[in-house]
Design a protein around this ligand. Structure first.
Ligand SMILES: Cc1cc2nc3c(=O)[nH]c(=O)nc-3n(C[C@H](O)[C@H](O)[C@H](O)COP(=O)(O)OP(=O)(O)OC[C@H]3O[C@@H](n4cnc5c(N)ncnc54)[C@H](O)[C@@H]3O)c2cc1C
Length: 419
């Protein structure tokens, strides 16, 4: 029986993951990516056990990608440098069966690309190829060159500023811009860990988050988070700050910022905390964006996945893990599917299966800073399973149980084959 012909728009984490999944499900995949892979966002990323479980199943090379375990979270006052709390996450494998990991985004992307390229002839990547439009019912991708390609299944993985989302949900869906933006950059880990002032925070510490925050909330949410990646060679630093007037119209992830911008935002921080930023170069600023849940993830022969459909604030570090969950759900649902009609039925099943989970995670990520009862009652509109209690904090055991105990591949198998 012939396999399905699948077209994927976008080769970010979501698009590459979908390509791996659908190739493993036995189908022929073509990816259309408008860039030339030169500009993967320079940032680090955290992948929860729910995501690393999927990477492991695909044979991802964690060592080559320089993955670091997320072993602890320390919250430190930015002005007095008094340690407020330390949480240890050393039993992840024992409890959830997999690791909680920190990556340089480019390393995660390269590791996924290596798996795509190892899928022999079943995946073809067209770089520098922009998709201008989509006919979701017919499965037609209209390339910017004017060429049209007909597919049995189309995957829309064109990211946060998706233009094709409109073709699936039937209306434009602009992003919401948060009042907060992030400066981000990397420092050589050794430079910071041996620094006379800043070294005290990193020397001989287990890998994980070190977060400095202002308790006097003069400037809501001002905090600096640092964590290692790339096998401990780099320290990623993100400084969340109120968006400045000059940053209000930013659309890109990679807008350049200056050292002066960073230091002026870290005003009032202890000199040892400011020293983490010393002589930082290649600084980028990005305005945080989010969307409320969409009403559908699918239409006809099209599936939305990744940030195109469930863009969320990075509160729980679950954006990329949701893209991985989308992908392995496709792998299970489309294995053995050979006829276009069956593919349409499975597309619909994907929507029923994924929408409650991604909408819940999106709402938890976007509304965590507001009143908890309001956030949870909104989650309830989409999701009727057990949820964390009202007092549960980000990265607490209750949230970890919610995110990490869920085995999406197993749930999808139960759905297709019965429990
Ligand atoms: C600074 C930052 C920090 C983050 N931190 C975390 C974290 O710690 N943990 C976490 O889980 N998530 C995090 N996220 C979110 C996470 O990175 C995303 O959820 C994840 O990468 C999925 O992205 P994507 O593939 O859907 O979109 P993208 O990575 O944006 O990829 C979309 C791709 O589509 C291409 N494209 C767009 N339009 C077209 C078109 N018309 N034709 C062809 N190609 C097109 C683009 O060039 C791009 O390559 C972070 C995001 C950012 C920006």
């Amino acid at each position: 029986m012939p396999e399905l012909k699948v077209g994927i728009v976008g080769a970010g984490i979501a698009g590459l993951s979908a390509a791996i999944a659908l190739s493993r499900a036995g189908h022929t995949v073509e990816i259309y990516e408008k860039s030339h892979f030169k500009n993967e966002t320079g940032a680090a990323i955290i992948i929860g056990c729910n995501g690393t479980r999927i990477l492991r199943e695909w044979g991802f090379d964690f060592e080559k990608a320089g993955a670091m375990d997320y072993n602890q979270m320390r919250r430190i006052r930015a002005d007095t440098i008094a340690i407020d709390s330390v949480d240890h996450f050393t039993n992840m494998e024992e409890k959830y069966g997999d690791r909680w990991l920190l990556f340089h985004r480019a390393d995660l992307h390269a590791g996924l690309r290596a798996i795509v390229e190892a899928q022999q002839a079943s995946v073809k990547i067209h770089l520098g190829t922009s998709v201008a439009d989509l006919d979701a019912e017919q499965g037609i991708l209209k390339l910017a060159s004017g060429e049209e390609v007909q597919k049995d299944l189309t995957i829309v993985a064109d990211g946060a500023r998706s233009e094709l989302i409109e073709r699936v949900i039937g209306r434009p869906y602009p992003v919401n811009k948060s009042p907060m933006s992030i400066y981000r950059f990397f420092q050589p880990f050794e430079k910071v860990s041996t620094h006379a002032a800043a070294g005290q925070f990193f020397e001989n510490q287990p890998s994980g988050f070190t977060t400095f925050y202002k308790t006097e909330v003069v400037r809501l949410g001002l905090l600096l988070t640092a964590y290692p990646c790339r096998g401990g060679k780099l320290l990623y630093v993100g400084l969340v700050h109120p968006t400045k007037p000059s940053e209000k119209e930013l659309e890109e992830w990679d807008h350049p910022a200056s050292y002066e911008d960073v230091i002026s935002s870290a005003e009032g921080f202890h000199p040892a905390v400011q020293a983490i930023c010393e002589d930082a170069t290649d600084i980028k600023v990005y305005r945080q964006m989010w969307r409320d849940p969409v009403e559908t993830l699918t239409k006809g022969k099209a599936i939305l996945c990744g940030d195109s459909s469930h863009l969320m604030l990075p509160t729980h570090g679950q954006g990329a893990s949701m893209a991985l969950e989308d992908a392995i759900a496709m792998e299970v649902l489309f294995t053995g599917v050979r006829s276009p009609d069956q593919a349409i039925a499975r597309t619909d099943l994907f929507n029923q299966f994924r929408l409650p989970r991604v909408s819940a995670v999106q709402t938890m990520s976007n509304k965590m800073m507001g009143p908890p009862d309001k956030m949870i009652s909104e989650v309830r509109r989409y999701y009727d399973g057990a949820v964390p209690g009202l007092k549960a904090k980000t990265f607490s055991e209750e949230y970890n149980d919610f995110f990490f105990s869920y085995d999406v591949a197993q749930e999808a198998r139960n759905l297709v084959h019965g429990r």
